[in-house]
Design a protein around this ligand. Structure first.
Ligand SMILES: O=C1O[C@H](COP(=O)(O)O)[C@@H](O)[C@H](O)[C@H]1O
Length: 203
């Protein structure tokens, strides 16, 4: 499959595909490979997903061979960010991933680590971070060797037109949060205004 590759001095590489078809085909293969390697090494695969256009890019995972070959029962699913709307609202990142993917593949419902959206944004962020801390303690989610930060097997992020990833918007104060793993916004530049998001802690 044709793609251009740009390397970044040991910090990974950028691959540019000619079409969204090529990108989604390659993405499914890439995710399946990382899932297999993680299950082999750690017995589980912990993946964190953003919402947005990423999810439809992942839809090839529903098809063969992945529907049969991926060890779905070992998947633990997290969200990099969530909008504080009901889980049945069309703005919900959980609903998007559930409708497109997780209602179609045999993941364990209790391994879908969705965000509690029935509390305040601050409380939702605190509870989500607490839940992740428990899973790091149990060894389900890996941990960084140089800090106590969680180390997911894979984090998949889309990027908004203004450059935001997860719900980290350019120049927003959430970018300065270095202690909490998850923070909250009540003034998101894009609606809905209330969100929670992974942060960029140092280390
Ligand atoms: O608001 C959000 O937008 C970004 C980007 O979405 P995209 O459709 O432009 O790819 C998304 O990654 C994030 O999870 C979501 O909350």
């Amino acid at each position: 499959m044709a793609f251009s590759r740009i390397s970044h001095k040991g910090r990974g590489e950028v691959r540019i595909y000619e079409s969204t078809h090529d990108l989604s085909t390659n993405l499914a293969e890439y995710i399946a490979e990382i899932s297999e390697a993680s299950v082999k090494e750690r017995g589980v695969f912990c993946v964190a997903l953003s919402g947005g256009s990423l999810i439809s890019m992942m839809s090839k995972l529903r098809d063969t061979p992945y529907s049969r070959t991926v060890d779905w029962a070992r998947w633990h699913i997290f969200w990099t960010d969530e909008r504080l709307v009901s889980k049945s609202h069309s703005d919900s990142n959980y609903k998007l991933a559930k409708d497109v993917l997780f209602s179609k593949i045999p993941v364990y419902p209790s391994y879908i680590h969705s965000i509690n959206v029935t509390v305040s944004a601050e409380e939702a962020a605190n509870r989500y971070e607490y839940a992740i801390r428990q899973l790091v303690r149990k060894g389900t989610v890996g941990a960084s060797r140089i800090s106590d930060c969680p180390k997911f097997d894979l984090i998949l992020l889309g990027m908004g037109p203004d450059g935001h990833v997860a719900s980290l918007f350019p120049l927003h104060r959430a970018l300065n949060e270095k202690n909490e793993w998850v923070t909250f916004l009540t003034d998101s530049p894009d609606p809905p205004s209330q969100r929670i998001t992974f942060t960029l802690p140092s280390g």
